[in-house]
Design a protein around this ligand. Structure first.
Ligand code: DNO
Length: 394
């Protein structure tokens, strides 16, 4: 696997490209986060970022992500304009020689957590707790009919939680959930969020899937023209939030979306941590089943504490068998190499990392520490070397 590192760009990332190089990554995962969704990326802006990365001796390997607007997902009046902008951005990337593009199709919110500094022996971790989330949704946001979206025991626990937490914690929860985590293309206040919810009123999973297939009809031909591998990111967490459908959560979901447009370009960003946040996802089996469409790997591990409650663990700890996962991806690389394919090497990044007390950079984006990710990358690199040396790519 090609060892890459997510870099949010100048002014948005306290970690320098030199430090990324020193961590041992050779590829960069980046996006033009300064350009809002629905606005095309110009070739000039793309080439400027590319030159910046190459000047540091690195390669812009993956774009994560071109934002998919709510207008596209909910098929609002902006659909055509936003889709054309997305395709223009893709063309600009294709012309610049970038061959892997990640995106997601989660309505309104992107990846979501309820704790950003959960103390573990190995440092501060990110965590998601459905009880905290329901407490916010039902009792703070007071979303209409929200109670019906949770099991009764979660509602009971959430009521109790909401009655006991401080006002400061309530405000913090709102900020963590609605203001967006790094890489998300949004920062909502309550009014804006409730307004957006109306845009999705009545939309179920079938409707969102229909939106996705219509979107794929538009973007896959452009990706094919430029030999770009598209990788849809898993839902994180992989279950509905705010009563909104999520359709990239399970092996069945993935099979359906890959079948919907049978093209190598219609592929996956396989986020081990996201799929691993559901106990019913067999990660190694999924990797083997979808191998030809794996275009980008997010390697991180989670420990499920209870259904709907998980924390991000160390890269080689947690519920996912990371050695078996790495070996399965490397087996696919070997298969592609034997076919002489140009995309035989699959990019991976150490996804997230704990914030260690020894990290001199305390102001990094949540989940995107320097030392924690460097440690994850080093551990994963060790696994890759060992798998290779032992010929264990089975
Ligand atoms: C979180 C990331 C996500 C991801 C998007 C992809 O750390 O994995 O923000 O970039 O969901 O579009």
């Amino acid at each position: 696997m090609e060892q890459t590192w997510r870099w949010f760009g100048p002014g948005r990332d306290p970690i320098s490209l030199e430090q990324v190089r020193e961590a041992g990554a050779t590829g960069i995962v980046s996006a033009l986060h300064q350009i809002p969704g629905g606005t095309p990326w110009t070739p000039e802006a793309v080439n400027e970022r590319k030159a910046m990365i190459e000047a540091a001796g690195l390669r812009w390997s993956v774009v994560e992500s071109i934002p998919v607007t709510n207008g596209i997902k909910s098929r609002s009046a902006d659909w055509r304009k936003d889709v054309e902008a997305w395709k223009d951005s893709l063309r600009a990337l294709g012309k610049a020689g970038i061959r892997t593009v990640c995106y997601n199709f989660m309505p309104i919110v992107d990846w979501t957590r309820t704790d950003l500094a959960w103390q573990m022996p190995s440092g501060l971790a990110l965590r998601f707790d459905i009880v905290d989330f329901a407490a916010y949704d039902v009792f703070a946001l007071k979303r209409a009919k929200a109670e019906g979206d949770y099991p009764p025991d979660v509602i009971a626990a959430a009521r109790e939680r909401f009655a006991t937490i401080s006002e400061a914690r309530k405000a913090e929860l709102e900020k963590i959930i609605l203001a967006g985590l790094p890489g998300s293309d949004f920062a909502y206040d309550r009014a804006k969020f409730l307004d957006l919810l109306k845009q999705y009123a009545g939309m179920g999973p079938e409707d969102l899937f229909q939106s996705l297939t219509e979107f794929l009809d538009e973007i896959v031909p452009v990706a094919e023209e430029f030999d770009i591998n598209l990788g849809i990111h898993a839902d994180d967490p992989p279950f509905p939030l705010f009563g909104l459908p999520r359709i990239v959560s399970t092996a069945e979901d993935v099979a359906a979306l890959l079948d919907a447009r049978d093209s190598r370009s219609n592929g996956l960003t396989f986020c081990v941590g996201s799929y691993g946040s559901r106990a019913d996802n067999d990660l190694v089996a999924m990797i083997r089943a979808f191998a030809p469409r794996l275009h980008f790997m997010h390697l991180r591990n989670v420990t499920i504490e209870a259904p709907g409650i998980f924390h991000e663990d160390e890269h080689l700890q947690g519920g996912g068998d990371m050695v078996a996962i790495v070996a399965a991806v490397m087996a696919e690389e070997k298969r592609r190499a034997a076919e002489g394919r140009a995309d035989a090497q699959i990019p991976m990044r150490p996804d997230h990392g704990h914030l260690l007390s020894a990290d001199p950079m305390r102001n990094t984006n949540p989940g995107y520490s320097y030392v924690g990710r460097l440690k994850g990358l080093a551990e994963l690199r060790g696994v890759m070397r060992a798998v290779e040396a032992l010929g264990a790519t089975a």
